[in-house]
Design a protein around this ligand. Structure first.
Ligand code: F0G
Length: 439
C-alpha cells in the first residue's frame, strides 16, 4: 500500500489523510511505495503491453503506469487521456545550441496544452477519493486551466487564484470556459500561493497546487513515458524549466523510483533552467550545493520575467528540487529575457513551437554548452512544458519587433528580434502581392 512520508522527519501518514505537508514538522510529503514484486522486467513488460490496450486507463499516459501511482478505483479515475506526447528531434535547435543532436518531449501536446494535465488527473482523482466537492489553486495560468478542465469533468466546483494582469489571456480564457470561479488578486503569484494555502486550511476546499504530493505523482510519469518511448534507455540529461519547482522534482522522483527498481542503471542529470529575474533556486544552489541540508532559502522578491508561467520568487518545492539535483548530480542555470525570446523562435523554426517558459530549456542548453558544462555529443531530452498557442501576444510581438518590458526602475527595455520572421501590411492587389513575393 502506498503511504505519505515527510521528506524531512520521515513521519508516515496514510494516503487517505487530508494533509498537504507534514503535520509534525511542516516538511513536504512524498507518496512512497513498497518495493514489491513489480521491478525491472516485470514493470516494463506490463507497461509495454498496456500501450496497445484499448481500455481508457491504459490509454492514459499516466494511469498506464499505475503500479507506481496512488491507489484509485478505476471507476473513480478522472482522465482526459493525458500524456502520450511525442519526443521530436530538433536539428535547428541542436545547431543553435552547439549540440550534435537534441530532442524535445512536448508536454504542451496534452489536453489543455501543458504538462499540468499529468498531475491534475491524479490530483482530481485523489480529491474525489477524499470526497472533496471543490478544489482550488494559485496559478500563473496553466495549473488553473488544467484544474478547471479536470474539475469540470469530475463535476466539482473550482476556484483559481491568479495574479491580476500577469497571466496570458489564452490561459485565463481556458479557466473561464471550463467554468472555474476566477479570483484575480492584486498581487503576484507568491501572494496568491500563500493565500490559497491559508484558505484551503480553513475551508473544505481541496488544494491542488504542486505542494500536494498527489499532483507530483502524475507528473513523475513524464520520466516513465519518456523511457518507454526510448525503449527504456535513459538519456544522459533532462533539461526542464523551473518555476514553483514541482515538475523538476516530480521527474527526478520518477527516474529515481525506476533506478531503485532496476529499470534503469543511472539517473539522467536533471538540469533546471530559470529566468534571470526569477532565479531563487539558482542562487540557493550556488551557495548550498555541497551541503547535505540547507534550510535558509531566500526568495526573490518581486520576481520578474516575460515568461509569466515561471514568474515565481518563492517556489514551494525547492527542497525537493535540491534533492533532485543531489540524486542526479544535476545543474541549475538561468537565462536572460533576450535568450528566452530568441530560443523560442528557434524552437518554432523546427516546426515545434512552445510558450516562452518552455524556451528556457534551449537557451539554457546553449549557455551550458558554451560554458563547457554540457558536451555537444550528450544525449539530451529537453522538456517543453506549454503549447505555442498559450501566449500568442508574446510570439507576435517578437516577430513584429515590439517585444519589450519595464525594468525595476520603470525603464523600457526593448528586445532584439534576432530570429524574427517579420511581416508587413500591403495593399490588397495583385501587383503588390507579386512584388512582396519577389516575382
Ligand atoms: N513551464 C510552464 C509552461 C509552466 O506553466 C510552469 C509552471 C513551469 C514551466 C514551471 O514548472 O512550477 O513545476 O517548476 N506553471 C505553474 C502554473 C506555476 O501555475 O501554471 P514548475
Amino acid at each position: 500500500m502506498p503511504s505519505l512520508r515527510c521528506i524531512n522527519c520521515q513521519t508516515e501518514f496514510p494516503t487517505t489523510s487530508r494533509i498537504y505537508t507534514c503535520s509534525s514538522c511542516s516538511g513536504l510529503l512524498d507518496v512512497v511505495y513498497e518495493l514489491n514484486e513489480f521491478t525491472g522486467e516485470r514493470l516494463m513488460s506490463v507497461w509495454d503491453w498496456r500501450r496497445a490496450s484499448p481500455k481508457a486507463v491504459d490509454q492514459s499516459g499516466v494511469w498506464r503506469f499505475r503500479e507506481l501511482l496512488p491507489d484509485a478505483d478505476e471507476s473513480e479515475i478522472v482522465t482526459l487521456s493525458e500524456g502520450n506526447t511525442q519526443i521530436w528531434e530538433a536539428p535547428r535547435s541542436a545547431g543553435f545550441a552547439g549540440m550534435n543532436r537534441l530532442a524535445f518531449k512536448h508536454l504542451g501536446m496534452n489536453p489543455t496544452g501543458s504538462f499540468k494535465d499529468l498531475g491534475m488527473t491524479t490530483g482530481i482523482t485523489q480529491a474525489k477519493r477524499l470526497g472533496a466537492t471543490s478544489v482550488a489553486c494559485a496559478s500563473t495560468g496553466n495549473t488553473s486551466a488544467s484544474m478547471a478542465a479536470y474539475a469540470a469533468r469530475a463535476g466539482m466546483k473550482s476556484y483559481v487564484f491568479i495574479p491580476s494582469g500577469q497571466i496570458s489571456l489564452g490561459k485565463l480564457s481556458q479557466a473561464l470556459d471550463y467554468g472555474s470561479q476566477v479570483l484575480q488578486l492584486e498581487g503576484d503569484f507568491d501572494d496568491a500561493m500563500r493565500l490559497v494555502r491559508e484558505v484551503a486550511n480553513e475551508t473544505p476546499i481541496y488544494l491542488l497546487n504542486s505542494v500536494n504530493p498527489f499532483r507530483l505523482e502524475g507528473q513523475k510519469t513524464i520520466a516513465f513515458e519518456l523511457l518507454q518511448q526510448r525503449g527504456w534507455q535513459a538519456p544522459d540529461r533532462i533539461v526542464v524549466p523551473g518555476g514553483n519547482l514541482g515538475n523538476s522534482s516530480a521527474i527526478a522522483k520518477g527516474f529515481h523510483e525506476l533506478l531503485e527498481r532496476g529499470v534503469i542503471e543511472k539517473m539522467p542529470k536533471i538540469t533546471i533552467i530559470q529566468a534571470e529575474g526569477a532565479n531563487p533556486l539558482y542562487r540557493h544552489w550556488l551557495q548550498h550545493r555541497d551541503q547535505k541540508e540547507s534550510e535558509n532559502f531566500e526568495p526573490v522578491p518581486h520576481a520578474f520575467t516575460m515568461a509569466t508561467a515561471i514568474k515565481i520568487g518563492n517556489p514551494v518545492s525547492w527542497p525537493k528540487a535540491m534533492r533532485a539535483l543531489e540524486w542526479s548530480d544535476g545543474e541549475v542555470e538561468f537565462v536572460t529575457e533576450q535568450e528566452i525570446a530568441d530560443a523560442k523562435a528557434v524552437i518554432g523554426s523546427d516546426g515545434i513551437g512552445c510558450e516562452p517558459a518552455s524556451a528556457v530549456t534551449l537557451a539554457g542548453i546553449k549557455k551550458l554548452v558554451a560554458a563547457g558544462t554540457i558536451h555537444s555529443d550528450e544525449d539530451i531530452v529537453a522538456i517543453l512544458t506549454g503549447h505555442v498557442l498559450k501566449d500568442p501576444d508574446y510570439t507576435v510581438n517578437y516577430h513584429r519587433g515590439t517585444l519589450s518590458y519595464s525594468d525595476k526602475n520603470g525603464h523600457k527595455v526593448e528586445l532584439q528580434s534576432n530570429h524574427a520572421n517579420a511581416f508587413t501590411q500591403i495593399p490588397a492587389e495583385r501587383t503588390a502581392i507579386l512584388k512582396a513575393l519577389g516575382f
